[in-house]
Design a protein around this ligand. Sequence first.
Ligand SMILES: [Zn+2]
Length: 403
Amino acid sequence: MTFSWVQGLVCSDCGEAFDFRYLLKCPKCGGLLDLVYDLRQASLADLVDDNFQGMWRFHKVLPIRNPAHIVTLGEGSTPLIPAPRLAPLIGIKALYLKYEGTNPTGTVKDRTSSTAVSSAKQFGSRAITVVSTGNAGTSLATYAHRGEIYSVIFCYHRGDPIKMSHMSLMASKLCIFEGEYDDLIRSVDRCVEEGLAFDGGATRNPFKHEGKKTIAYEVAEALETVPDFFFSPVAVGEIFIATYRGFDEMQKMGMVDRMPTMVCCQSMQAQPIVAAFQSGKPFQPTSVQPTIAKGVAVGDPGPKGPRVLEILRQHSGMALAVSDAEIQEAQRLLAEREGLWAGPTGVVSLAALIQACRNKAIDSKSSAFCIITETGLTSQYPPAHGQVVKTTLEDVRRLFSCV
Ligand SMILES: [Zn+2]
């Protein structure tokens, strides 16, 4: 049995095909590369291999040819949680939350860290690197540690302290930068091109983002159908593009009969794709203002930005930007109504869905799923507001009078 159905690479710009090897861009035109699989007619049951755990149950559509190269901590198989209290409150018939906070480092990034580090081992790299606002650095350092390869992680000095503590324990080398972000990215990209480390970044590596594709497979498997709308946060565009690829592959294999309407969700402080989509103009990078959703604070996503825009335009998608106040409201409602505590970046998709329902941009009889990308346990907390109590029996007993 062939472990992976991967065949090679194809350029999404000029269409040139390439043999299966480690390439970051099209050698002919510099365009974005996609992996190509032998997509035969199959059912989801044919595809799944329950000898493996988590997202590696879908190894046939992941780009690792030898199982010995897989580096895993059990990522994937995250719960798809119905939201029976939140859905009627915001005005939608059915809402499902793909809660990625149960991954090993508490974020969706673990899926891509697993495919990135496994790919690094597959292609013989001894080191991997990324520039990160928090989650990506923590996750990649953890998987590199697990896979026994060297990690060089660059983290912004204003990152969440909890994530930075975690990262400092896992990274082979943690570099906290204070200068210009764009200068650093250029320098790190150059080192990657010189072969000093495998690319753990999100902007161009076609192998890395494949891990997030399994979200689409897991949702289709759990629901046995495709929801009407898929709300995806977009920073560089990894989740959006990868999940789109997942649904597209399933449609080609005859596993599903339609695609969900893809909704690109960004922060109002960093919304280059929303701005281009709503104005009908070509993609342009924009400046970024501070936002509590640090994971989506990207003004120049590189070549994946125009790609997200192209998918939105070809498939009649939607693009929405939300304010920090809307993000905090989504965070509070998710906790109050469904008992889930997610970080601000994690609820950008939910905040956009609430906005869409409020503005009647989607039919209230629809079904939707939102990716909740991270746990709230690794972000800076809002101040706790508990009640100070005395500890005598009478005082404690009185507290139960509300029960
Ligand atoms: Zn090309």
